[in-house]
Write a protein that binds this ligand. Structure first.
Ligand code: AMP
Length: 123
């Protein structure tokens, strides 16, 4: 994948140049509601550092950043009140996964039966 684009939409959110509906913030991560929710609960968690994708983040971020990010995902789920009923976390990496925003992020989906893990191929 290409290098980090400082003008991607999540970089702008982190710099405060465009607003977001913030859920919570920690030293290393920010959680906010998706602008086009695909489930009754749809939250994004992003690291504050400049990482393009999951390969970049998990491969090169510091242990503290990775731990802080994971803890923020857990805290977000807790704060959303979805831990007991269930939720799905998902990260798209690259073209085949249809990653749209080139700043690593995890989706948290919840609030209804989320069905199968992956849509079956169309016949
Ligand atoms: P992905 O396809 O995994 O890259 O997902 C990108 C997600 O970012 C999509 O679900 C979009 O709806 C969401 N998104 C794009 N712009 C914004 C924004 N300004 N605020 C919140 N979510 C956004």
């Amino acid at each position: 994948m290409a290098g980090y684009d400082q003008n991607n939409v999540f970089a702008k959110i982190l710099r405060g140049e465009i607003p977001c509906k913030k859920l919570l913030e920690s030293e290393h991560a920010l959680a906010f509601h998706d602008i086009a929710p695909q489930a009754p609960v749809h939250v994004l968690v992003i690291p504050k550092g400049s990482y393009v994708s999951s390969a970049d983040f998990f491969g090169t971020a510091s242990d503290a950043e990775i731990a802080g990010f994971c803890r923020t995902v857990a805290q977000a789920a807790e704060q959303l009140g979805v831990v007991e009923q269930g939720y799905r976390i998902l990260a798209n990496h690259g073209a085949d996964a249809h990653q749209e925003v080139p700043h690593f992020h995890v989706h948290i989906f919840a609030g209804r039966d989320l069905g199968r893990m992956i849509k079956p191929p169309e016949k």
